[in-house]
Design a protein around this ligand. Structure first.
Ligand SMILES: [Zn+2]
Length: 127
C-alpha cells in the first residue's frame, strides 16, 4: 500500500473536492509518502509536475486549517480522509496492523513536506 498524493481535483490533505491551491516551493524539500501507514522517502526532491506539484491542493476546510496553522487539526482531518477514501487504510486500521497513532505520525511527517515548502500564498483552483 503506497499513498502519495491523490490526483488533482481533490484536496491533497483529505481528498475532498479541491477549492484552493496552496503555493509551495518544494525544490529543497524531500518528498515523503506513506507505505503501510509508515512514512517512506520517495527519493524525490522538488518534483514540479504531475501529482507531486510544488503546490498542494486544498478543500475549503483544510484551507482554513492551513491559514490558521492548525497543524494537528489538519493531521486529524487527513487521517479521517485517508480512512474514508482508501479502503486499504481503513482495513489496516480495522485489523490493527496500523494504529491510528502510527497513521497520524506518518501523516505528520508527510505534512512536514508541505509546511517546509509552503510560501503562504494561495489562489482558487482554476475552473
Ligand atoms: Zn481537505
Amino acid at each position: 500500500m503506497t499513498i502519495i498524493f491523490p490526483p488533482r481535483g481533490v484536496c491533497d490533505f483529505c481528498s475532498a473536492p479541491a477549492e484552493y491551491i496552496e503555493e509551495a516551493d518544494d525544490s529543497q524539500v524531500d518528498i515523503v509518502g506513506l507505505q503501510h501507514g509508515q512514512p517512506v522517502d520517495t527519493g524525490l526532491t522538488g518534483i514540479s509536475s504531475g501529482d507531486f506539484g510544488r503546490d498542494w491542493a486544498s478543500c475549503s476546510e483544510c484551507h482554513q486549517l492551513i491559514a490558521a496553522e492548525r497543524r494537528e487539526s489538519l493531521v486529524a482531518r487527513a487521517a479521517r480522509g485517508a480512512i474514508a477514501d482508501k479502503a486499504e487504510v481503513a482495513a489496516a486500521i480495522a485489523n490493527q496492523s496500523v494504529s491510528m497513532q502510527t497513521l497520524k505520525q506518518a501523516i505528520r511527517r508527510m505534512h512536514a513536506t508541505f509546511w517546509s515548502a509552503r510560501t503562504g500564498g494561495y489562489h482558487a483552483v482554476p475552473r
